[in-house]
Design a protein. Structure first.
Length: 250
């Protein structure tokens, strides 16, 4: 053995906080919350952990090297905050709306070029800059500690989603029970035909496609459309102890 570390295939991140916002548009009167963490937002957090400043050309290189696949454990409630904005001194104020997802929880699988995945993993383990869940006003409630995965990476994402659906992570490293959802939504980075879905997702009850403006093409916020595949995975009907408790009370 030469002591060299085997390259990992990817890693898992848990994104949970009292408020999150993953809108594609950062300007305008309405700033939406986004249905799931965008590719640009997740990679932006990774770049911050790696110590890459905004406007650096390396941001584009990281975007070209990584993919992000997201599982929704808890969508949360959308809440709206109103602001008045003065675009220039002496001008009339404009009313703007900013949406946030309250009490949402997402699991993200990050894959890509092995060397960049490894660098991102190390950066998240010892972050250089602070990281936020979409906006600076949305700090994470859990440490963004990456969990290494190898082999069947999509099975690892499904396993993480299924296990987290039953138990909720707390900031002190422990978990508490919660109500189990009936299904988990997963957004895959890229286009996957129904016939070519990874084996771990072959039992999907829904397959749909869409696009978001989340692929960075230039260091100064120049974004292009990025295709995603939306699948829904049923969790089954088995009853957990937590479910049985609530059923007994009803």
């Amino acid at each position: 053995m030469d002591g060299a570390r085997k390259a990992m295939d990817g890693f898992i991140l848990h994104l949970y906080g009292p408020m999150q916002s993953w809108a594609d548009t950062g300007f305008g009167q309405l700033r939406e919350a986004g249905e799931f963490p965008s590719r640009s937002a997740v990679i932006g957090m990774i770049a911050a952990a790696m110590g890459i400043p905004r406007g650096d050309q390396r941001l584009v290189d990281v975007h070209d090297s990584l993919q992000t696949h997201v599982a929704s454990i808890r969508q949360g409630r959308v809440m709206r905050d109103f602001h008045t904005v003065e675009t220039r001194v002496g001008s009339s104020r404009t009313l703007t709306s900013r949406d946030y997802r309250h009490d949402a929880h997402f699991v993200v699988l990050v894959t890509g070029v092995a060397s960049v995945v490894q660098e991102a993993f190390c950066g998240l383990s010892e972050p250089c800059y602070g990281m936020f869940l979409g906006r600076r006003s949305c700090p994470p409630a859990l440490p963004l500690t990456p969990e290494e995965v190898n082999g069947d990476i999509f099975q690892s994402l499904v396993d993480a989603a299924f296990s987290t659906a039953d138990e909720f992570p707390k900031g002190d490293g422990t978990w508490r029970r919660r109500i189990r959802p009936k299904h988990v939504q997963i957004w895959l980075d890229g286009h996957y035909d129904t016939e070519s879905l990874p084996g771990a997702l072959s039992n999907a009850s829904l397959v749909a496609y869409g696009s978001r403006r989340t692929r960075l093409k230039g260091p100064r916020r120049a974004y292009a459309g990025c295709v995603f595949t939306h699948v829904v995975i049923p969790l089954g009907t088995e009853t957990t102890n937590h479910d049985a408790y609530f059923h007994a009370l009803s």
